[in-house]
Structure formats: structure tokens, C-alpha cells
Design a protein around this ligand. Sequence first.
Ligand code: ZN
Length: 272
Amino acid sequence: MCSIAAQACIYDGLVVEDHSGYSSGPGRFGVLYEGTRLPKAGQGYLIPATWSERGLNYGVDEMASLLVYTGRTLHLHDEGMMLAVGDISRATGGRSPWHRSHQTGRDVDLLFFVDDLEGHPIVNEWMFHHNPDGSQRVGKNETPRVQFDVKANWLLVATLLDNPVAEVQYIFIQEDLRQMLLAHAREAGASRGLLARAREVMMQPGDSAPHDDHMHVRIYCPKNDLSAGCQDAGQMRWHKRDDKYKERIERLPGYESIVPAGAVTALPWLLR
Ligand SMILES: [Zn+2]
């Protein structure tokens, strides 16, 4: 039986999309209405204590579903994989002490998959910083404990890009780690289409921390939320289903009068 937990209907660990929640405004100045609560753990994913205690585990239902889907897919691939999920948004969206973005339920921080120094996968419960070669970046008197797991992190990126639930607009990640993932993907025989998309979607943000300790994932406005004021900012190239028609619509006479200027801005709202 389906039980109502917070605003979302959770059944057997799966978020049932009831489409009651929506995202309004751009990622940095927006709000979230009737956010869907991501359960603190599910098959193949968990929210480590540091983040679950903050309570920023609410998103649009597409975001919650995407995370449940990603955990399950990785788990089906390898039962040992455990995706560590950081902050999404507060239940009502808006500002929080920890982020400039994460205001509309369309942003999530994902901790990297890491191995111990012998190469055994471990569940990541902390945001470790990494050097350009994937080793852990530590302070002067600290000893490294983990290393970046290229194979598992590429599988995560590929799952996010290939998911049938929500369209990913950006994956913010430090440039050397991005290059390492792309090189691994090429070697592993990823398709040209997936590689091209990964190259564009992954990027190091220019106006915030370089993201060498986690990746920040943003999804496009769910289609229905556009009428509620959800605003996409930045690259639209991979938003195929809408873009296919958008250019045509923009050429129609009278378009300017129905869509206010600036509703879709060309400037990327980079994140932290
Ligand atoms: Zn973030």
C-alpha cells in the first residue's frame, strides 16, 4: 500500500510521482512548492549524517525520482555501490546558509565514489578533496585515506545522462577530474553521443569552488513547472525535447507578447 510520507507518496522505497510539487524562479532566487522528500536511504543510495541532519532533502518530484532511479540502477549494476547524496533543497526551497543555489529543488550535490588506498570501494560519508590525479588532497600532517574511483564515477555520470526520469543540464566538477572521467569513458568504449554530451554537461564552474570534492547536478525545469515560473538559465542544447520546438515557437509572430523578455536568460548561473 502506498503511504503518504511528507508531501510525497513513497512506495517500497520508490518515490511515486504525483506531480504536486513544482519549482519556481531561477536556481539562485527561486522557491520550491510542495517539495518531494527524498527518503534518507534507499536501494543503492544514502544521505550521510552531515547532510541528512540539515534537512535539505527536498526536491521537485523529478529530482527525487532521479536519485532513487540512479541508486537502483547502480545497485543493479553492482550491489556494492552506494551513492552518497548531499543537499538538495529545503522543503520550501529558497535560501539556506550553505548554498547560493539549491533553492528550487533542481540542484543536488553528489559525493564522489571513492576507494581506500588498496583500491577497495568504500561508502563515502565525507566530501574528500582530490588532487588532479585523483589522489586525496590532504593538509600538511594528514595521511590520505581515499582515492577517486574513476570507473564508478563515470558509471554515475553515464547513468545520470542516460536516465529516463529528468534531463540533466549541468554536472559541475573540477576540470582535471572531468578530463579523467572523459578519458576513462573513451577507453571504456562509450558511444560518441554520450561522450559529446558528457563533455558539454560536465564543467568546472567559473564563479565558485572548483568542485574537487563532489559533483553538483542540476536538472532542467520539468516541463509543467515552466508555467509556474520555473526558469532555466544557461545552456539549453541538451534539453532536446523542448528545444526541438522552442526555436520554431520563437519565430512565430506574437511570441514576444506571450513570453516576457528575459524569461530565459543566456547567462549561466553557476553554482557552488
Ligand atoms: Zn551544490
